[in-house]
Design a protein around this ligand. Structure first.
Ligand code: DSN
Length: 453
């Protein structure tokens, strides 16, 4: 293995061998495996450098040129660059780059436009929606009245249901966005429904921000009032988030951008993470370059090739395919709650995915009946359609080998049963063979090609 630790880890190695070893192990895990969790990516060395910069030492409550602390001239400069680049990249009049991550960004939207008890609508979590869009255990359903909408059996958002529920419940806020949705989001149609009932329309583009930036997915900017996104998924930046207010949002409420800013600080957060802001600025600079659009389109092309190969090899996909960067494998033809076994087997073969609910899942979120996977990180490593065919076949082999073999007990012994079959799954001959093929492929596509190591 190339010794990436020389670049990433030399100071830690000198002072803290224990943590250094763990970092080294994580570099090895990433380098020798296919990262296919669709919300993850591989950031550039420039982003890593900015994230590991001295900006982590600084406090800077407030916004550029309006701070509560001294010594912020460089923080002002870098935050201003991040804001201007976000505005340019997405074509919006206002951006806030301070949210610590996606959930706080979404919380800030509620804080800005709703009062506790107001009605809100979002995609139901088991149908692919996000916790913060009104799932029952989250603040978004504890402090607001949540009316979830669903997808149809074909995997597309049920717009007739959304319209019916919106007219019946008159929500203050309607969310569009998801963690597990494979079709293009109907921003225009949902924006029209929100307008019919005078609701705010918020597009949470966390998963697809990079696709939108690279013109590989329709943009919500003409239709939404406010847009939230994380910066670490397809956008390929550090962990972090942004909230953008659109011209439509400012027309509905000229104070909206100010309300969003005040919701983040002083409403919810303290000092911004300036090292994160610097890394977001670098990320947005990268996303503004023409090669980023090539990357974004390749993510989608790779995902289509992957889906096609899996389907040709007897793997059932939710919605029979995908428009974006992710696929959802439906394991119900093998029984219910099989996601845990297939995740375990793919992990052992160095293909990292996550078990996930599928629409109308007959099992539960902890023991779901699906697998979520996608192409952002492996596309960053330079893989193309030919590699997707190989990977799709390997995944299909493992699904067809493992899913029929193991059945989750109905009673409370589920976790004991899963633990008892772990080592058998890991040592399965198909899993072991795929693992060695995956490792050979990974050698051809190093994690960091620009590094001289
Ligand atoms: N955890 C993120 C994801 O994996 O999609 C959503 O918050």
């Amino acid at each position: 293995m190339a010794d990436l630790t020389k670049f990433f880890n030399s100071s830690v190695k000198q002072t803290d061998p224990e943590v250094s070893t763990i970092i080294r192990n994580e570099i090895k895990r990433m380098a020798e495996g296919l990262e296919m969790i669709p919300s993850e990516n591989v950031v550039s060395l420039a982003v890593l450098n900015a994230l590991g910069s001295v900006f982590t030492n600084k406090y800077s409550e407030g916004y550029p040129h309006k701070r509560y602390y001294g010594g912020n001239e460089n923080v002002d400069a870098v935050e201003t660059i991040a804001i201007e680049r976000a505005k340019k990249l997405f074509g919006v009049p206002h951006a806030n780059v301070q949210p610590y991550s996606g959930s706080p960004a979404n919380l800030a939207v509620y804080f800005a436009v709703c009062e506790p008890g107001d009605t809100v609508m979002g995609l139901n979590l088991p149908d692919g929606g996000h916790l913060t869009h009104g799932w029952k255990v989250n603040f978004s359903a504890k402090y607001y009245k949540s009316v979830p909408y669903h997808v149809k059996p074909d995997g597309y958002i049920d717009l007739d249901e959304v319209r019916k529920l919106a007219h019946e419940h008159k929500p203050k806020l309607i969310w569009c966005g998801a963690t597990a949705y494979v079709r293009e989001f109907p921003f225009k149609e949902l924006g029209e429904i929100a307008d019919e009932v005078n609701a705010y329309f918020a597009a949470d583009i966390a998963h697809i921000a990079g696709l939108i930036a690279g013109n590989a997915h329709v943009s919500p900017v003409p239709y939404a009032h406010v847009i939230t996104t994380t910066t670490h998924k397809t956008l390929r930046g550090p962990r972090g988030a942004m909230i953008m207010t659109t011209q439509k949002g400012l027309s509905k409420d000229p104070q909206l951008a100010e309300k969003i800013d005040r919701a983040i600080f002083p409403g919810l957060q303290g000092g911004p993470h300036d090292h994160q802001t610097a890394a977001i600025a670098v990320t947005l600079g990268e996303a503004l370059k023409p090669e980023f659009a090539v990357y974004a389109k390749q993510i989608v092309a790779n995902n289509k090739a992957l889906g096609k190969t899996m389907m040709e090899n007897e793997v059932k996909l939710v919605s029979n395919g995908s428009d974006n960067h992710m696929q959802l494998i439906d394991l119900t033809p093998f029984g219910k709650g099989k996601g845990v076994f297939v995740q375990e087997a793919l992990d052992a073969a160095h293909i990292t995915v996550n078990k996930n609910t599928i629409p109308a899942d007959p099992s539960s979120p902890f023991y779901p009946s699906g697998i979520r996977l996608g192409t952002p990180a492996i596309t960053t490593r330079g893989m193309k359609e030919n590699e997707m065919e190989l990977i799709g076949k390997w995944i299909a082999e493992i699904v067809n080998e493992i899913a029929p073999k193991y059945n989750l007990p109905e009673d409370k012994t589920k976790s004991e049963y899963v633990a008892s079959v772990q080592s058998e799954i890991k040592n399965n001959a198909v899993v072991q063979r795929v693992k060695s093929e995956v490792m050979k492929l990974c050698e051809k596509f190093p994690l960091y090609t620009t590094l001289d190591y």
